[in-house]
Design a protein around this ligand. Sequence first.
Ligand code: AMP
Length: 208
Amino acid sequence: MIRIAMTKGRIQKQVTILLEQAGFDMTAVREMGRELVVTIPDDLEIIFGKANDVITFLEHGIVDIGFVGKDTLDENDFDDYYELLDLKVGQCIFALASYPDFLNKKFHSRKRIASKYPRITKNYFAQKQEDIEIIKLEGSVELGPVVGLADAIVDIVETGNTLSANGLEVIEKISDISTRMIVNKASFKFKKDKIIEMVERLENAQTN
Ligand code: AMP
């Protein structure tokens, strides 16, 4: 039996399609109601959870495989896993965004940067050797500059529509994001053949 943790929502939708294209029978997932664990043919069990919980399940050896966004992986401290595949779905970027005059503006104190992703924000500015104040927001981070709480934001940008609707723009791209297949290291040792087979089937589905 291979156990998989899948991030609920948009990743679940896109990965379900990809697994179907790879020949897995995902009927039970398509027809599921409120259950949180689903068994599918080929001896696979899928657990559905929030992105951070997918990593927690994998970290504790509850699941062998996780499907999760690169954004969540980068923000999480845990990095003792193998990333076996970039599924190339859920593609977007991390970016520093603000009003168009941001780069020409003179700041007399530390810049205030709002983000849902303090770790990524901290690392990005550390690389620039810039000391900033991070303001953690949970919801629409774009509100930070709009209400005058922050000078800029570090956030996920997909189409850029949310930024432009609020007068903001990308100042600098930080990194690419997409959905990744991660594997518990012990699982990879003991269930290598089945895991590699799944990677190959997904890779073939990507190229066809
Ligand atoms: P967009 O207007 O298409 O650029 O989308 C940007 C907004 O949607 C931001 O508020 C993001 O936080 C959110 N968003 C876009 N893509 C994702 C994603 N893959 N995961 C989480 N949030 C996202």
